[in-house]
Design a protein around this ligand. Structure first.
Ligand code: MG
Length: 407
């Protein structure tokens, strides 16, 4: 079996959903999704000549070759890993289809029949769309969705958290995540000053309101986006301790794992990080030092589905659980679910598209009825490969201007 072609497509949603498709010499293809990055489709196309003529069944060999060829032949991090992760996932889809087995079978078989999803509820109540350098933009779907409504509204109060939690719990999710950094910091930058007592009180009130709105059976995690100095993060963690959080995410800047270890050592809240790390090597010190309680590899970025499985196994050896970060379309989300289904130490997988009106319509899943996520779970099926195809009739309506459609 030989690879004959690679092509890309981009959907302009809340982020760029970047797809890569790879064909073999029988005319079969697999599709993978990459985490967004500037110039990503150009990078993917630069990788095509390295793959044409190679055997797509040698997934790990090809991924390692691309790791080595990218980023100056010696880098263990960088956004070329976004490209390789999408290619690797496309190869698993192609090989699974070709062999007639689901991806999870190729990764050792599943530990569970459905994958628990946690719903990211952001903060505030505005719908957003971001370019690859996190510049805000207004594609046509967003303009229509917000027509007649007040403009971009930054509202962070307990009632909003309570209402949002109630709505999402009623939709069937039993795990939710809210941003708390935006309550005190709207600039997108690190907070270079101590928090006031009133600010921490407001954070606690907002999370307590979410807990109240969701009910006692729903897990609540909170995200800080690396915004606080360790001393501030510890003040927050202590105050959040009584709220029995699912986890406290990225409380400190990412550079120093000792900061996370200090927050974890308080024993007030489980601590999570890892969404921007690549390969096992990016996680190694964090995991061996037991600096966190959970790791959050992003499967469209970390190096591939098999590499995510290995990261999960590394974490398992230190009693650390895995809750993958995920801002992908349903196609990438389902690819992540295949890995989650195989991990004994899996906690929950993120869903970040609740504000995107067409998110659930982007995927066709033969043999199933209803949306991909049902009552907060993704049921796994026996369909080969990913077990789903991009609904191109829908997806193409949201194609990013200036990008080709699988050419
Ligand atoms: Mg996060």
């Amino acid at each position: 079996m030989r690879i004959t072609r690679l092509a890309t497509a981009v959907v302009e949603a809340n982020y760029d959903y970047t797809y890569v498709r790879i064909w073999n010499d029988k005319g079969e293809y697999g599709t993978g999704e990459c985490f967004f990055a500037p110039g990503l489709t150009a990078a993917l196309k630069e990788m095509a000549p390295l793959l044409i003529g190679r055997d797509p069944r040698e997934v790990d060999r090809l991924a390692r070759m691309l790791w080595r060829k990218g980023s100056g032949a010696g880098a263990v991090a960088g956004y070329l890993y976004n490209a390789v992760s999408g290619i690797e996932a496309a190869l698993w889809d192609l090989v699974g289809k070709s062999l007639g087995v689901p991806i999870y079978q190729l990764l050792g078989g599943k530990m569970r029949d459905e994958v628990r999803i946690y719903c990211d509820c952001h903060a505030g109540d505005n719908i957003e769309s971001w370019g690859p350098m996190l510049t805000e933009r207004t594609p046509e779907w967003l303009r229509l969705a917000t027509a007649g409504k007040p403009g971009h509204e930054e509202r962070y109060d307990p009632q909003m958290y309570r209402d949002r939690a109630k709505t999402m719990a009623a939709a069937g999710f039993d795990a939710l995540k809210f941003d708390i950094d935006s309550i005190v910091c709207l600039t997108g930058e690190e907070l270079n000053r101590p928090l006031t007592g009133a600010e921490i009180d407001l954070m606690v009130e907002c999370v307590a309101a979410a807990r109240d709105g969701a009910g006692p059976g729903v897990d609540i995690a909170v995200d800080c986006h690396w915004r606080f100095a360790p001393s501030e993060a510890m003040r927050i963690a202590r105050r959040m301790g009584d709220l029995n959080l699912f986890w406290l995410e990225d409380p400190c800047p990412p550079e120093n794992i000792r900061d996370f270890a200090d927050v974890k050592a308080l024993g007030a809240c489980p601590v999570l990080t890892g969404e921007n790390l690549n390969r096992r090597h990016g996680f190694l010190d964090l995991i061996t030092a037991r600096a966190v309680d959970l790791v959050a590899p992003d499967l469209q970025k970390c190096g591939g589905l098999l590499e995510a499985k290995r990261i999960g196994e590394l974490a398992e050896m230190q009693g650390i659980r895995v809750a993958p970060h995920n801002i992908a379309s349903p196609l990438g989300t389902l690819a992540s679910a295949h890995v989650c289904a195989t991990l004994p130490n899996f906690a929950a997988l993120e869903f970040h598209g609740s504000d995107v009106p067409f998110w659930m319509d982007l995927l066709d899943r033969p043999g199933t009825s209803g949306p991909l996520i049902q009552r907060g779970r993704i049921p796994m099926t026996e369909s080969p490969g990913l077990g789903a195809e991009l609904n191109e009739t829908v997806a193409r309506q949201y194609a990013k201007p200036g990008e080709g459609w699988f050419v």
